[in-house]
Design a protein around this ligand. Structure first.
Ligand SMILES: [Zn+2]
Length: 126
């Protein structure tokens, strides 16, 4: 199964890049704050970020990888992560499906960036 994880690969290509995640941790897409909805290139950066499930930090680059994880494993991981981060654990299924939905559309190794609800392929690692 293909899943979307944090990566530091290609970091720094864009001046707005940041990467505080753990390499290859699961990521999820958070709703941007009001400031980023108006300007996703702005100083907050949540509108161009992927949230790390383990680190509770964020990165602007995510990669599609083949994983042994099942959907159930992911839901469980996100439940724990969301709860730890102070988010509703009930979001776990939606967060998992959004992650899988993005990963399913791309080849393993694809590196993507985000602008609000849009995702862009930046490169690939094979
Ligand atoms: Zn923000």
């Amino acid at each position: 199964m293909k899943i979307l994880v944090a990566t530091g690969h290609t970091q720094g290509i864009h001046p707005g890049d940041y990467h505080y995640c753990i390499e290859r941790e699961l990521v999820w897409i958070q709703e941007p704050c009001g400031r980023d909805l108006r300007d996703p290139e702005g100083p907050c950066g949540c509108g161009r970020g992927f949230a790390g499930a383990a680190s509770h930090r964020a990165t602007t680059t995510a990669m599609v990888v083949e994983s042994e994880m099942t959907r159930d494993d992911m839901v469980l991981a996100f439940q724990t992560s969301l709860e730890d981060g102070g988010w509703p654990p009930e979001w776990a299924e939606d967060v998992t499906d959004e992650n899988l939905d993005i990963a399913a559309r791309l080849p393993a190794g694809a590196i993507i960036t985000r602008k609000l609800e849009s995702f862009f392929v930046r490169g690939a690692m094979f």
